[in-house]
Design a binder for this molecule. Structure first.
Ligand SMILES: [Mg+2]
Length: 363
């Protein structure tokens, strides 16, 4: 197993509460088996600077720990991975890449798409969301028009600390598109107190937004539970939930109507599916979030999404669409604001060696 850090450009600069991003810096994990199969995984992490160091971790520690296992010893492989990783949430994204690579190789061996190893497709298509960069209401409407014209039916308004601008943007989108465009709002932890958040959320109620994402800090579960009880709008958590343990805490605290699930943050496709199963058992909704991923990570999110028992909320299974280029060729099918089930064996992506060589980060 080896990991290669790479950097690919985004189509345009994305402004969010996390800052301005113009490229993604991730790692590609290549797993080789004795009979010549290759499995691919992606280390996607939005926080810059960690992608490369996580590749070192895979090359020096995680890779050697999994040599010699049978490809179908998934549980033992992942136990060895977690035992070898240093403590810290960011290393979950390296574990996720191993999970993807193992499942990809298993699918190729069996001639089956990864979703068929997870129960098969539970849906015919997944409704997508595209995120609008933080901008003036007029610029947001113009960007939303571009998405609507290319078929998308739901956009996500990324909010900063300026609540008046967030409300004005949602109002402008509502006036322009009405029910022809679904609108989600992602506050990305922009509010300090639950009362501050409630003031903004109440102003959004009349526009019928589909969900209000992460208004408060990740650990303010009491505040999130308060909000959930004081607004009709669904409260979604994102930063509050990385892995299944976080999901359990959120569910026990009554802190969310919807959990936004990431393959990378969960530690892989299988732990992400566990979150979806936990949510369904507790009548909590789920969506899939995005870093945004490039080809391998987007495919992993797609296989996860189709295998989920109930993915009713529009999801960000479209990371590749934000990127101007990629290190792999993927045959994901996007049409009319939806993504359709992948049919090729494994994750259904193949390395483009020339692009990988061009985009690899050399240190
Ligand atoms: Mg979010």
């Amino acid at each position: 197993m080896r990991a290669i850090p790479y950097r690919v450009p985004l189509r345009s600069t994305m402004n969010s509460a996390l800052g301005a991003m113009s490229q993604s810096e991730y790692g590609l994990v290549r797993l080789e088996t004795d009979d010549g199969l290759e499995g691919l995984g992606e280390i996607s992490l939005i926080w810059h600077g960690d992608g490369a160091s996580l590749c070192d971790l895979v090359n020096e520690v995680v890779g050697p720990a999994v040599v010699g296992f049978d490809l179908f010893d998934y549980s033992r492989i992942m136990a060895a991975v977690h035992a070898s990783l240093k403590f810290g949430r960011h290393s979950l994204t390296a574990a996720a890449a191993v999970d993807m690579a193992v499942l990809d190789a298993q699918g190729k061996y069996l001639g089956q798409p990864v979703m068929n190893l997870l129960g098969g497709a539970a849906a015919d298509r997944i409704l997508l969301t595209m995120s609008l960069s933080i901008a003036s209401p007029e610029e947001a409407v113009a960007e939303a028009h571009r998405y609507r014209e290319s078929g998308f039916r739901v956009v996500k308004v990324k909010a900063g600390r300026d609540h008046d601008r967030t409300v004005a943007t949602v109002k402008a989108l509502n006036a322009e598109f009405g029910s022809d465009l679904g609108v989600r709002v992602d506050l990305n932890m922009a509010c300090v107190t639950a009362k501050e958040a409630l003031g903004t959320i109440r102003r959004l109620e009349e526009f019928g937004v589909l969900s209000v994402e992460q208004p408060l800090a990740p650990d303010d579960l009491a505040g999130l539970a308060f909000l959930r009880q004081h607004t009709v709008l669904p409260i979604m958590v994102d930063e509050s939930v990385w892995g299944p343990v976080d999901a359990r805490e959120v569910i026990l605290a009554g802190a969310a109507d919807i959990i936004n699930i990431y393959v990378a943050e969960s530690g892989g496709i299988r732990p992400a599916k566990l979150i979806a199963d936990l949510a369904e058992l507790n009548h909590i909704g789920v969506a899939i979030g995005s870093m945004p991923e490039t080809g391998v990570g987007t495919a992993a999110a797609a296989h996860l999404g189709f295998s989920m028992p109930k993915l009713e909320h529009p999801s960000d299974v479209a990371g590749v669409l934000y990127h101007a280029d990629d290190v792999v060729v993927s045959n994901l099918v996007f049409d009319g604001g939806y993504i359709y089930p992948p049919t090729a064996p494994g994750l259904g992506v193949a390395i483009d060696e020339e692009k990988l060589s061009a985009f690899a980060i050399r240190r």
